[in-house]
Design a protein around this ligand. Structure first.
Ligand SMILES: [Fe+2]
Length: 220
């Protein structure tokens, strides 16, 4: 078997190999699993187009740029300087990729939570589905600035919990079951400054089938 120890290579050659390796792992914008107007009237076509094609694309482009720079960074200090860009753009890509999948048109089961393991766990941990939604919306609306509201599974307590993350920080403390984007770009064109109306409306298009799948995988 032929192999090259990285330490045996000239630094410039090693960096070149790392850079070409990173290029083969370029991240790409995932297609929306439904039409841009499929979530209307709850989320408008204009929001979905901008949100997916411009905002999510910007995180993908930023992540690829940051990874490329990281691979070429000449020192650990230069790599550390790129951590914020990796976290912000990588988190943005992870979060939005989850978000598109946890939405679904009303005529494709959006908003419908059937009886089963997830519904039972929500009722166990929050009292009722309605109480869960109320608590989720209150907690998420209180985020100062931009961030995400999550229904997450805590593998230590074996419970569902509502948590928030700031900016584009991904959810690392829990397994994400449902994530809702609370950046203004997610609702401002339609709901203006009334965050509460966006949060009330979005439950009509939450893909609980996807949430059930994530919950099943988290609790195996
Ligand atoms: Fe967003």
């Amino acid at each position: 078997m032929f192999s090259i120890a990285r330490s045996a290579l000239r630094p410039s050659l090693a960096r070149g190999l790392a850079a070409s390796a990173s290029r083969s792992y370029l991240h790409t914008l995932p297609a929306l699993p439904y039409a841009y107007n499929a979530l209307e009237p709850h989320i408008s076509e204009a929001i979905m187009k901008l949100h997916h094609d411009k905002h999510h694309q910007a995180y993908v482009t930023g992540l690829n740029t940051a990874e490329e720079s990281y691979a070429k960074a000449p020192s650990v200090k230069d790599q550390i300087a790129l951590q914020a860009a990796l976290k912000f753009n990588g988190g943005g890509h992870i979060n939005h990729s989850l978000f598109w999948k946890n939405l679904a048109p009303v005529n494709e089961d959006g908003g419908k939570l059937e009886s089963g393991a997830l519904k039972s766990a929500i009722e166990r941990d929050f009292g009722s589905v309605e109480d869960f939604k109320k608590k989720f919306n209150t907690t998420t609306a209180a985020i100062q600035g931009s961030g995400w509201g999550w229904l997450g599974y805590n593998s230590a307590t074996k419970k569902l919990e509502i948590v928030t993350t700031a900016n584009q920080d991904p959810l690392l403390s829990h397994t994400p079951i449902i994530g809702i984007d609370i950046w203004e770009h997610a609702f401002y064109l339609q709901y203006h400054n009334v965050k509460a109306d966006y949060l009330t409306a979005i439950w009509n298009v939450i893909n609980f089938k996807e949430a059930e799948k994530r919950f099943a995988e988290a609790t195996i």
